[in-house]
Design a protein around this ligand. Sequence first.
Ligand code: C5P
Length: 403
Amino acid sequence: MSGERTTTVLVGVTGGIAAYKSCELVRALMKRGYRVKVVMTDAATRFVTPLTFRTLTNEPVAASLWEDDPSAPVHHISLAEEADVFVIAPCTANVIAKIAQGRADDLLTTAALATEAPIVMAPAMNVHMWRDEATQENVDRLRDRGVVFVEPESGELACGDVGEGRLAPVEAIAEAVMAEAERAQDLAGRHILVTAGGTQEPIDPVRYIGNRSSGKTGFAIADEAARRGARVTLVTGPTHLADPFGVEVVRVQTALQMHAAVMERAEDVDAVVASAAVADFRPAEVARGKIKKTAAPEAIALVRNPDILAELGARQERPVLVGFAAETSDVESNARHKLEAKRCDLVVANDVSDPALGFGTDANRVAFVTRDGVEWLPMLSKRVIAREIADRLARLLGGADVE
Ligand code: C5P
């Protein structure tokens, strides 16, 4: 199984004076037992020769998209696939900008775009370049997409200036790589079911009662859990989102269908993350034909839908349960009530009264409510919130269960 395979760390070296420190980083990673491969930009080869890294790692060093030798063992896709963690240290402002834009004009940036592995960046540059608004905007964009930054330190810089911009200590970078390598496997051996999106409750063949859930949070959680080694089943209401890579996707329309799809699988799963906005009610009767304007009923009678999460919570052998509480008032007390009433291990609460947050947006501000208390997170992208939820989930499941 995956636990027996040596973890491969791809070290990207870009063209800054701190490139010589990458040699120490390579050694620090090898000392921790990782297999290390190096990819360099052309500018980086002006500071340190590929031969240095080749000798340190005992692996071929990748520097060009255009290898002369057709049998050369390196190319951008295989590099991207082999990597369990991709660390770019030192990372120049230029490479940060290119990766933020999705450019891929050399081997290193191509591998960054092609990899599914977590990316760690350790920037090193002149203080003014680091503080420049363009750089900071690019860093924020990459952070939102899940890139982990090991911030540069303050001190004397190679150019003579003083300020932040020095490469972080090698040990700090190695620690960040280690944390990502562990995180990349912390849900291995687990089966996680995620519900997402809103349900649609038909009134007649063309009309329905629905809600504004986009499914983005649930899809991000499913994607994150799969990246971290879990087997993931995503049961989703109608959304325009594409299937996350490596996830089994079950598409349903109504709450009753979602209920059936979840209950069928509930016994096989270790955890259920119920991020779907399941309609609490459905029309008592669905008209067989389209209701005519002239024959519109005065009112639509509703009946209650089953509460999937509460039903799972009431089971004797229940999986780890993560519920969601999208509230417009009394967020914390509602979430705490839900935690108890539905017997959840964690409730992710958010305030949907602010139109800039919650439904359909790419960012959100959530609180984690457990029996131990409430923890508010800052405003984060849904991708990063998914990572935070997966961190808690891994803890609740008690670490990887690798056979
Ligand atoms: O009680 P309320 O609907 O506000 O609870 C929200 C939480 O319960 C969410 O996690 C949601 O996915 C879940 N839920 C459910 N089945 C329902 C209604 C809500 O699983 N019918």
